[in-house]
Write a protein that binds this ligand. Sequence first.
Ligand code: 15L
Length: 264
Amino acid sequence: MLDKKIVLTGAGGMIGTVIRAYFHAAGRPLVISDLRALSDVRSNETALHGDLSDAAFTAQLLQGADVVIHMAGISNDQPLDVVLPHNFVALNNLYVAAHAQKVGRVIFASSNHAIGMYPAGRKIDTLVAVNPDSYYGTSKVWGEALGRMFWEKHGVESVCLRIGSFLPKPVSQRNLSTWLSHRDFCALLDASVFTEGLGFEIVYGVSANTRSWWDNSTSRVPYRPQDNAEDFAAAIAAAGVPVDPREALYQGGDYAARNFDRAI
Ligand code: 15L
């Protein structure tokens, strides 16, 4: 189980960088890729760089892989034409290649923005209907839908991580609910990569925050977070970080508030 061949996409990004450090510390081999050439390649790593919207590159990257951790793509709210090639087309290439190359499992960096239009404060589990707050959020819904289809029709497993706010520490009122610490993320990744027989699963990437809105009791991923944003609540209050009342209405925060013109 520990000798799986694991490929990481988006290795140069914020989360990719933490994953690389985690694998390096554990002495586990990792194939890393990014759009840009990666310069600081470590002894446990093999690097390939290229564009996942090029199907031939994606097929080459996934050759012989058991698991692909897919962190590549646009990681914030952008117009559809920006999101389309990276988060829709490239993601389909990834699943087509995973099927063709007989990759056992895709770990997909989904996001809380797939459900960002649920009201702040409402507790939701992993079985609720999707409720995206942006084109970025719809791209995460697309990824979850692809994951489900490739599992049901082709037997490619997927674990969709609905990542909250991945930060060294929480810095806003919203983060008291949405924070995901680096340490908890690594535990989540470990459970998602190494637990056998998950099929298709969704799990919220959130720490053990007292004010969390997200309930993982309906997920089969055995993830047990340890950190709690509440430990930073007093410091955040003392810093007097201003809260835009529109951003505080929905779980997606500012993504939900942007371009919002429904009468409420
Ligand atoms: C995300 O999905 C984004 O990648 C990140 O930039 C943050 O906006 C985060 O969600 C969040 O909701 O805090």
